[in-house]
Design a protein around this ligand. Structure first.
Ligand code: ZN
Length: 133
């Protein structure tokens, strides 16, 4: 597994409506896409800085992963996403290296990406997403 760059940083927010204008002025750029990912029970908003994105995540279900995260920890950085050539291959390699996996194969994420997560227990408390086009 050799990530090529940081694809995005995921930030859990209570409300996209409130946070989008804040991030637009903070980053000096417009949100270029809002997308609901039903499977993840989130609505996402994207900003591009160089080749790295900021992904704001609003929960659509209090029982979903972001809903539970907000309840437990409040707003803040939720995950770090590393770009890899092929998500399923990278997950397999990470597993071979003894990293605990949340996903053993890739699934469809926002922005047309194939994504998979590594368990924070194996990455010193950081939820790491691997993603590829
Ligand atoms: Zn993500």
């Amino acid at each position: 597994m050799k990530p090529t760059y940081i694809d995005h940083i995921g930030i859990a927010v209570k409300s996209l409506k409130e946070s989008i204008p804040h991030y637009e002025s903070l980053l000096g750029t417009r949100c270029y896409k809002i997308e609901e990912v039903k499977d993840q029970r989130v609505k996402t908003a994207f900003f591009l800085i160089g080749q790295t994105k900021i992904e704001l995540l609003e929960s659509t279900d209090p029982e979903g992963p972001i809903g539970k995260y907000l309840e437990k920890k409040g707003e803040g950085i939720h995950h770090l996403a590393l770009a890899v050539e092929n998500t399923t291959d990278a997950l397999y390699e990470a597993g071979q290296e003894g990293i605990i996996l949340i996903d053993t194969t890739s699934r469809k994420g926002a922005d047309g990406m194939n994504i998979g997560f590594l368990h924070p227990k194996s990455t010193h408390g950081v939820l790491v997403e691997l993603c590829s086009k």
